[in-house]
Write a protein that binds this ligand. Structure first.
Ligand code: HEC
Ligand code: HEC
Length: 203
């Protein structure tokens, strides 16, 4: 019990310091890098695929730390239904989550460049007008709790949108966004966001 007081004091100091700092500063990236060793077998191999259903594991480098932490807590609390990731997240403490999220967020710069073109990308761009209010112009979100979609793997984006539709992934905000999307809409939107310069693979 005697340790409780200093810990509470430290948390208070961190909370006060955190209020004036960007969220990414909340974790320890060096400690996060050590914790991330176990993640690299999937997230550190560009294009590595989930076995079934088959889609590429999401890119994490350059993603917002706050959003990555929300994602990890989702697996930990079963708000996200992916068994492998649930197993990865269940033993992570709140501090571990903060540190590993900070590490991945800082492990790559968002790519610059010109978007790829194509018919589906053009159709997706039109349909994405409602999404960019939150996910940012061209899919680079300016809110730390909302994911950047630009440059994310196309098949992962399709998978995520389908999961929201099926209720396998629960989020009150996104649940309201996906109701009216057809399969073709999902394909076009995923093609558009994947084609924007943004998230990068760690290698
Ligand atoms: C065996 C492969 C594997 C390992 C190991 C693994 N992941 Fe994942 N990760 C995945 C897959 C597959 C997904 C997508 C799951 C889904 O569809 O919800 C994912 C999703 C995520 C997401 C959500 C990203 C987003 O855009 O929403 C985060 C964050 C994440 N992983 C972090 C980690 C961390 C941190 C570790 C190490 C502690 C780790 N992962 C280890 C396969 C793995
Ligand atoms: C009102 C704000 C808002 C709007 C509008 C919105 N989103 Fe989202 N989106 C979010 C939030 C918040 C999350 C994170 C939810 C979570 O934790 O699962 C998210 C998550 C996602 C993800 C999962 C990303 C990942 O890395 O796993 C995809 C894909 C996505 N949104 C696509 C879209 C598309 C396509 C549209 C337009 C049809 C859209 N969103 C409209 C707020 C929004």
């Amino acid at each position: 019990m005697e340790n409780v007081r200093p810990i509470l004091l430290t948390l208070l100091v961190l909370a006060v310091a955190g209020a004036s700092l960007p969220a990414a500063a909340a974790g320890d990236a060096e400690r996060g890098a050590v914790l991330a060793t176990t993640c690299m077998g999937c997230h550190g191999i560009p294009g590595y695929r989930n076995a079934y259903p088959s889609y590429r594991v999401p890119k994490l480098a350059g993603q917002h730390a706050d959003y990555l932490a929300i994602g990890l807590n989702g697996y930990k609390n079963a708000g996200r239904a992916h068994e492998t990731m649930q197993a990865q997240a269940v033993d992570l403490s709140a501090q571990d989550i903060q540190d590993v999220a900070t590490y991945f967020a800082s492990s790559g710069e968002l790519a610059a460049g010109t978007p790829q073109s194509g018919e589906r990308v053009a159709r997706g761009k039109e349909k994405a007008a409602v999404c960019t209010a939150c996910h940012g112009a061209n899919g680079v979100s300016t809110m730390p709790t909302w994911p950047t979609l630009a440059g994310q793997h196309e098949d992962y984006l399709r998978q995520a949108l389908t999961q929201y539709q099926l209720g396998e992934r629960t989020d009150p905000v996104m649940a309201g966004q996906v109701n009216d999307l057809s399969e073709a809409d999902i394909a076009d939107l995923a093609a558009y966001f994947a084609a924007q310069p943004g998230l990068v693979s760690i290698d």
